[in-house]
Design a protein around this ligand. Sequence first.
Ligand code: PNS
Length: 170
Amino acid sequence: MNGTTGGTTRAFYPGSFDPIHLGHVDVVEQAHELFGDVVVGVLFNFAKDTAMFPVDQRVDLVRSVTAHLPGVSVEAHSGLAVDAAAAAGADFMVKGLRSGGDFEIEQQMAQTNHSVTGIRTVYVPASPALSFVSSRFVREIAKYGGDVSHLVPPAVADALAAKFAGDAEA
Ligand code: PNS
């Protein structure tokens, strides 16, 4: 990849962000500290997106909860993460690691991605207080009416509440 972009180094942080949670925000903040210039890539499946939130809403939520970080931008991409990173003009990918299980998965993806385009992946460690948070369990808890306000930013808690408001009344 490029090495640098106009004198700065740009990192690309890909994910589904369905929805973005506090662990993701922590990774964006760490990447911002390291690189300054960070593009968050909301990846979606163009043919069949099975995410809970439509991609436009996921992008809006990521944008709103990272608005305090100058130099962080958000883009939607379908297809391969390496192609999205190239389209974003990124020098590195960033991934968060919560556990050894994450490492196993991310290491294989990092090595595969490097073999495809030469892009390198930088891991940042999840902050211990957030290392158990996952979008999957946030979705599950919210779906059954549980409290997720300690796991997601307020805008996301509101979006989840709006999504499941009808279910609670039923
Ligand atoms: O938020 P997630 O679900 O952990 O993000 C996973 C994601 C979207 C980063 C990963 O599945 C991905 O990179 N998907 C794009 C398709 C791709 O590039 N596949 C090859 C991976 S080596």
